[in-house]
Design a protein around this ligand. Sequence first.
Ligand code: ZN
Length: 245
Amino acid sequence: MEGKWSIKHSDNYIFHYIKDSLGEKDIENIINIQEQCNKHISKVLKVSMKGKIKYFLCNSREEVGVSYGDNEPCSGFSRMPNEIWAVYNEKNKCIGYHEDAHIISYNTLGVPESTFIREGLAMYFDRVWFGIDNNFWVHEYLKRNKYVSITDLINNKEFSKYSDILTYPIAGAFTEYLISLFGIERFKGFYVQLSSLRNIGFEKNFKEVFQQSVEEVEEKFKSYILSIRPNDAIEKEIVQYISNF
Ligand SMILES: [Zn+2]
């Protein structure tokens, strides 16, 4: 026990959960899921993070917000060097790949200034937003003229102007496209360069590593996305989510 927390260690985590919570009831299952995520992320990125991740399972979004510091309700966040805070209750189970991908990549590759690339890598591992493939979201944004250009989103101010439902799937789908086209090593080189003193700006680094401009790759990315389409039921669901903006 450490204050209000009960503690359980696994290979790569120190889980903190509250007595008599759902987190306590499901702790073995949560450990299995996170260990699976951790091993997969580390294998794909070919990295090995030193030390364990401290995982805090909270009862409500409000509690997570208090821990973040701004008291704004929030589902989960990661804090350097090795903490993840996440809500875990009947309605909202914020576990899985996302925050772990942040912490593992920050500790082994670096922390790029670009929100687009940081969230892109986490969303690449998530693969889905509300259980729907990143690529399908982007397909619908392109089809319905809601798409926001990557040349805009690489600017952090622009990125924060738009809803997460728009920016996160685009970042994830584009990251998947880069990794499948150029391979993980080159992508990692790009990510590391953006995190380092050699950072000469997103577009210049991009051109240096991939030998093509962001615009050139984005054009091909859009054609690629338009060639993979969701079925009617999924399309309908996406339209319901995005009808408000
Ligand atoms: Zn994130």
